[in-house]
Design a protein around this ligand. Structure first.
Ligand code: PLP
Length: 423
């Protein structure tokens, strides 16, 4: 087995003392990763939720190769280039009417950080003293200081707590407790917030927690009533994961600001955008330079990444991508259904192409060591699954076949016998 254990690389979200090794992948294709020695892994979590159509989708790889013939990174202030212009125009076309401007960055965290800054800049430039951010309990928006502040306080960010700013925290709208969440949002908004930041329909890293489109509709209405900007963090949900191109579509909700990243390039290369309503852009227009939007990064609108994103949009427009997503939704539904009344699990659930279920064990929370045991168990069976504590989820690329999905669910079944409470 190609495992690297003596390496200077410090890996993300990894306790090196417990997980010293990593499989060294030499090739990726479709739904599969192959290690140097030929060992294969079914990528059942789309390599941290980024790969949408499948690894190394030919049209996207070809667009990347072609773009390198004419452009590499170009400064993006005072200069622009066709891949960024064309991509912005197409994003405005395919997103809900009202998202009129596109700000480029390079990761999901940054796109959310940009959204928060846009919201605060908007209110400041309008001369209204609004700076409070409201967010959902269990939410995850990234690992920068601003996005950790908005995200749930947990083991992920405990050491950095002294740097994190306070946000208004709304209970998660679990089934039956929606009204409580909406009431809490209403009173937080009444106090005068700048923005409400939300992962639409499903909270990812918080444990694949699902709530209804009707609740999202109500959340938007409450924000409108109190003129609180509604920020949709579609970093994970965007580009098909919830069954529609964007999760907000299912609620007919048009956010004031929306963040997209992971699937924007089909997952091939890093790129992110924060899109916003015209009023937010216009609030930054002024003869005073100090009212400009002060955010940039060296790699803003990288042309090669923009070319990859354009090719990804072509895949959505010109191929059977939407049918594949619909097929995957049904294949996932058929497979998760068999665990609905299984006493070894709780809450077998599905949102679009994503399924999740909680293994009934004594431990809970992300740091539960059961997740390491499960990960090893799955890896040994040629599967890339990374449970969030006892929550096992399957979030595959859209090219996955029914037979490949069966490999994942058979292993989940076996894992429950090995680690879960008895049937
Ligand atoms: N927002 C959501 C909803 C996410 O799921 C993630 C990553 O998983 C992020 C933001 C952060 O994205 P990135 O890891 O690209 O910074």
């Amino acid at each position: 087995m190609s495992v690297v254990s003596d390496s200077p690389v410090w890996r993300p979200f990894t306790q090196h003392a417990l997980q010293p090794g990593a499989y060294k992948i030499a090739h990726a294709e479709g739904a599969w990763l192959s290690a140097e020695d030929g060992t294969r892994f079914l990528d059942a979590i789309s390599s941290w939720w980024v790969i949408t159509h499948g690894h190394r989708r030919p049209e996207i790889m070809q667009a990347i190769r072609a773009q390198t013939e004419s452009l590499d990174q170009i400064i993006f202030a005072g200069f622009t280039h066709e891949p960024a212009e064309a991509l912005a125009r197409r994003l405005v076309e395919i997103t809900a009417p009202g998202l009129d401007y596109v700000f480029y960055s390079d990761s999901g965290s940054t796109s959310v950080e940009v959204a928060i800054k846009m919201a605060l800049g908007y209110w400041r430039n309008r001369g209204e003293a609004r700076s409070r951010v409201i967010a959902l309990e269990h939410s995850y928006h990234g690992d920068t200081i601003g996005t950790m502040s908005a995200g749930a306080r947990s083991a992920f960010n405990a050491p950095y707590e002294p740097l994190l700013f306070d946000v208004g925290r709304i209970p998660f709208p679990a089934r039956g407790a929606e009204q409580e969440a909406l009431d809490a949002l209403e009173s937080a908004c009444r106090e005068g917030a700048a923005a409400f930041l939300v992962e639409p329909l499903i909270l990812g890293a918080g444990g694949m927690l699902i709530y209804g489109a009707d609740t999202l509709v109500e959340m938007k209405r409450i924000c409108e009533r109190h003129r609180v900007l509604f920020i949709a963090d579609e970093v994970m949900t965007g580009f098909g994961r919830t069954g529609t191109l964007f999760a907000c579509e299912q609620a007919g909700v048009v956010p004031d600001i929306a963040c997209y990243s992971k699937g924007l390039t089909g997952g091939a290369v890093p790129l992110a955008v924060t899109m916003c309503r015209r009023e937010i852009f216009e609030a930054h227009l002024s003869p005073e330079r100090a009212r400009a939007f002060f955010h940039s990064s060296s790699f803003t609108a990288n042309p090669i990444a923009c070319a990859a994103a354009l090719a990804n949009l072509d895949v959505w427009e010109k191929t059977d991508a939407r049918e594949r997503v619909a097929r995957l939704c049904s294949m996932q539904e058929e497979r998760i259904a068999r665990f609905a009344d299984d006493p070894r699990f709780s809450d077998a659930r599905r949102m679009g192409t994503i399924t999740a279920l909680d293994l009934n064990v004594a431990q809970s929370g992300y740091l539960a060591t059961i997740s390491l045991d499960l990960m090893r168990f799955f890896n040994a069976r040629g599967l890339l699954l990374r449970p969030l504590g006892p929550t096992i989820y399957v979030l595959p690329p859209y090219c996955v076949t029914g037979g490949e999905l069966d490999l994942a669910y058979t292993a989940i079944d076996e894992a429950a016998d090995e680690f879960g409470a008895a049937r």
